[in-house]
Design a binder for this molecule. Structure first.
Ligand SMILES: Nc1ncnc2c1ncn2[C@@H]1O[C@H](COP(=O)(O)OP(=O)(O)OP(=O)(O)O)[C@@H](O)[C@H]1O
Ligand SMILES: [Mg+2]
Length: 343
């Protein structure tokens, strides 16, 4: 049976040193050092009893005569245990931001849908990737798994070394909130809230005060070039501006990874270019960006191109090649096909 990971095993916020470092072992500070083990064993019976268990020889080992016994008996070699180090799921053990290991998604039903076939993929911090493929090929499914909106039905998904299958629902929710920012094709803005209010929506459950939220939201809006539209209502903004508010809403949470599902799908050419430039700029600043897109320019600005066909993931080009590859795909396979169904 799988162990439920504890809250402490969720990767900490960047910069919050020491968060979540509770070990799964009860190794005390002295337990790795034979010297300190010996000295702990000669101390009071109550202290260090767990760490001295290894050298314990019975009741006398904790009694007052122990020091004498130790002097008389030949010195026992306490086997040196390897330093406990971080527990297997502790962040910092992996320099990988996200890793799928033979992960697959099958939607259940009368006819199960294999939306994502087993795939192993790694994303290092700061990497950027475009995800391309025909409609129904599994792009959103992949993005949803990466963003912890869905869990793989097979295989494993690790976020900064943490096996997400070991997390409880609340652990997944917390990790998702601090790790990922989402941008969708539809902007999902509240019509009766200003740009600033919309941008701070994601911070409402972070326990931040109103001014902290407002400051983060305004900073994010400035970052996407909308510092002059803080008080604007979505209805008074262009599609491209609304999408930039949605991006600001994601950025205000200071995510490590930005996941975008066809962010320019509803935009005209010019607005799409602005949003594509913005995402490329964020990527250049070091944010990990993964974007599902049919947009050649967008794909060209990303470091990797991941293609999906009928749930099967392949990776074969990057940068400019990615754009060329997308253009080829657009010429050779126009229209929508049904994939991944019936198997
Ligand atoms: N909740 C679900 N239940 C059953 N099948 C689903 C579900 N969600 C998606 N699918 C199916 O999984 C396959 C992949 O869907 P997905 O949404 O990932 O495709 P996509 O590449 O994002 O398509 P599009 O470009 O149209 O957004 C499709 O066949 C789809 O019908
Ligand atoms: Mg989709």
């Amino acid at each position: 049976m799988r162990r439920q990971a504890r809250w402490s095993e969720i990767p900490p916020e960047p910069g919050s040193a020491g968060a979540g470092t509770e070990s799964t072992e009860s190794a005390g500070p002295g337990s790795t050092d034979p010297e300190s083990t010996a000295s702990a064993s000669t101390g009071s019976a109550g202290s260090g009893s767990a760490s001295t268990g290894q050298a314990s020889t019975g009741p006398a080992s904790t009694g007052p005569g122990r020091a004498v016994l130790e002097r008389l008996a030949p010195k026992r070699q306490v086997p040196r245990r390897p330093a406990p180090g971080p527990p297997p799921d502790e962040p910092g053990r992996s320099d990988c931001e996200m890793e799928l290991v033979d992960a697959a998604v099958t939607y259940p039903g009368a006819v199960p849908v294999r939306a994502l076939r087993p795939v192993s993929l790694r994303f290092e911090a700061g990497e950027t990737a475009a995800v391309a493929g025909r409609s129904g090929s599994g792009k959103s499914t992949l993005l949803n798994v990466l963003g912890l909106l869905d869990r793989p039905t097979q295989g494993r998904y690790l976020v900064r070394g943490v096996d997400t299958a070991l997390l409880s629902e609340s652990g997944v929710t917390a990790l998702r909130a601090r790790q990922f920012g989402f941008v969708f094709q539809s902007f999902h803005l509240l019509a009766d809230r200003t740009a600033a209010e919309n941008a701070e929506l994601g911070l409402l459950y972070r326990g931040m005060g109103i001014w902290g939220r407002r400051e983060a939201a305004c900073e994010a809006l400035v970052r996407v070039g909308l510092g002059h539209r803080l008080a604007a209502l979505p209805g008074t903004m262009s599609g491209g501006e609304r999408q930039r508010v949605a991006i600001a809403r994601a950025l205000a949470q200071r995510p490590r990874v930005l996941l975008c599902d066809e962010p320019t799908g509803n935009l005209d050419r010019r607005s799409a270019e602005v949003v594509a430039d913005l995402l490329a700029g964020l990527a250049a600043e070091g944010l990990t960006v993964i974007v599902v897109t049919h947009d050649q320019q967008m794909a060209e600005s990303m470091g990797r191109l991941i293609e999906i066909d009928d749930g099967l993931v392949t990776e074969r080009a990057s940068g400019k090649q990615a754009g060329a590859s997308l253009a080829d795909a657009a010429h050779s396979s126009p229209g929508t096909i049904q994939t991944g169904k019936g198997r």
